[in-house]
Design a protein around this ligand. Structure first.
Ligand code: ZN
Ligand code: FE
Length: 260
């Protein structure tokens, strides 16, 4: 066990209507990163409550509800801004432009950049092994995945496969509180999945108390998230797609969700 006070800390911050931002704090150096910047006030309050100084802002994708407060926080703190080079033309100015496989350094913590195009083309996720967490925003979400505004179903399926290959105990820090609606949809795809049914009950209980349903673990997503489970023969059979390619089953599940 690491000594108390040496473990990386992750703070979940509800923003706007249903967004989440996260703080990642490295106790060894005091450096603190923000992953996505939907709204300055709750983020500043979370920093102040812990006496942390924002040093880095890490962006997942260009949608306004993920970048709206980057400039306000940058000018208030002098934080360095990291984001995808592929999206630099539509992101706030970057201090560090990244491609898949690059590393984000937050003090002693290293985050590997994963291209998770699908929701947008250029969306990236950040895996921090020492923190046991991946920041996925609108790619892999709790019991769901982002709507395909720019990418193809095949692209998103490939992106989800990369995330599915991370260590199963990894915490999935996603960008929105959509889990209750995602659970209702997931149950239409796999009504007989016992793990999904109990997770759905736990999600409803958490929301009734106003608690976030994120982060989740990759283990529970692999067991219950229909978008990660498109290769499961039972799901293909349920959709009358026995023997179909997983990417095609995924595409079908995504289009059913769009119409749900
Ligand atoms: Zn988005
Ligand atoms: Fe979003």
């Amino acid at each position: 066990m690491p000594e108390t006070g040496t473990r990386p800390e992750i703070v979940t911050i509800p923003c706007l209507q249903d967004n989440y931002a996260y703080l990642l704090h490295d106790p060894a150096t005091g450096r603190t990163a923000l992953i996505d910047a939907p709204e300055a006030a709750p983020i500043e309050a979370a920093l102040a409550a812990r006496g942390w100084q924002l040093t880095d802002i890490v962006i997942t994708h260009h949608h306004w509800d993920h970048v709206d407060s980057v400039e306000a926080l940058r000018s208030a703190t002098g934080a360095r801004v990291w984001g995808a080079a592929a999206d630099a033309h539509r992101l706030p100015p970057l201090d560090h432009a990244l491609a898949e496989g690059d590393t984000v350094e937050i003090g002693t913590l290293q985050g590997r950049v994963i291209d998770v195009s699908g929701h947008t083309v250029g969306h990236v996720a950040y895996h921090f092994p020492e923190a046991g967490a991946v920041f996925t925003a609108d790619s892999l979400m709790a019991l769901g995945c982002g709507r395909l505004f720019e990418g193809t179903p095949g692209q998103m399926w490939e992106s989800l496969q990369k995330l599915a290959a991370l260590p199963p105990e990894t915490l999935v820090c996603s960008g929105h509180e959509y889990t209750a609606a995602n659970a209702r949809f997931a149950l239409t795809i796999e009504p007989g999945n016992a793990a999904l049914r109990s997770r759905s009950d736990a999600v409803a209980a958490a929301r009734a108390e106003g608690r976030p349903t994120v982060p989740s673990s990759l283990t529970e997503e692999l067991a219950t998230n229909p978008f990660l489970r498109a290769a499961d023969p039972g799901i293909a059979a349920q959709l009358d797609m026995a023997g179909a390619a997983p990417a095609d089953v995924f595409a079908r599940i995504r289009s059913l969700k769009d119409a749900f």
